[in-house]
Design a protein around this ligand. Structure first.
Ligand SMILES: N[C@@H](CCC(=O)N[C@@H](CS)C(=O)NCC(=O)O)C(=O)O
Length: 205
């Protein structure tokens, strides 16, 4: 059975929980206390030298870090990852974009707001992060204005990857009111059968 090294607060972990539930894949979930350095230990560095969750551990002990790589691995051979060359490349385009232009702004601001640090002054980088986060939401809104899903005719891992930190963006102070297409798409993703909320801890066994 798969093991997912995970943290319920994490949107990156949530992406993996979502696809596992959608595909009804049994897994064991291991909660890592990332807020107290639980992923920065020597034993954990053998799972992921980067010291971060999520990490998917296969039955033979092979480990796969990086949420979007985990999404692709699990979705292979299912409609969640298209086989058509261009559609698959478009999915990858949104997964790479999420990691470069979306998550570093929306997820980081949410983390800073929910878990203020006494040791780090984040007031200087915060306005720029907010600006870039709003820009990412505007790009999504424009893309979704005439589309139901990010790529093709059905939901793919691109939708799951982008849903994870978009739906909790208000926790970081982002107002979704100016992005009606994003709000309608969030509702569509949440209405999919097999969808689970972010802090849903149950495993599939
Ligand atoms: N690019 C990675 C980012 C993973 C990441 O940032 N993980 C965070 C939780 S969302 C973490 O483990 N933080 C704990 C730490 O850095 O010590 C992915 O998409 O999986």
């Amino acid at each position: 059975m798969y093991r997912l090294h995970d943290a319920l607060v994490s949107g990156n972990g949530y992406k993996c929980r979502m696809i596992l539930h959608h595909l009804r894949i049994p897994f064991e979930r291991i909660e890592v206390d990332i807020l107290r350095g639980g992923s920065r230990t020597e034993p954990f560095s053998r799972l992921n030298p980067e010291g971060r969750i999520p990490v998917l551990e296969l039955e033979d002990g092979t480990t796969l870090p990086e949420s979007n790589a985990i999404l692709c691995y699990l979705a292979e051979g299912t409609p969640w990852l298209p086989t058509d060359r261009l559609e698959r490349a478009q999915v990858l385009r949104w997964l790479f974009w999420e990691q470069y232009s979306h998550e570093p702004n929306l997820a980081t601001v949410r983390h800073w707001v929910l878990h203020p640090s006494p040791d780090e002054d984040r007031s200087r980088p915060l306005p720029r992060k907010r600006e870039l986060g709003a820009r990412a939401l505007a790009i999504m809104d424009r893309h979704l204005a005439r589309r139901v899903w990010f790529v093709g005719d059905g939901p793919t891992v691109a939708d799951l990857a982008l849903y994870a930190y978009t739906h909790v963006a208000p926790e970081g102070g982002f107002d979704l009111a100016p992005y009606p297409a994003v709000r309608a798409w969030l509702a569509r993703v949440a209405a999919l059968s097999g969808h689970v909320p972010i802090e849903f801890a149950d495993e599939q066994t």
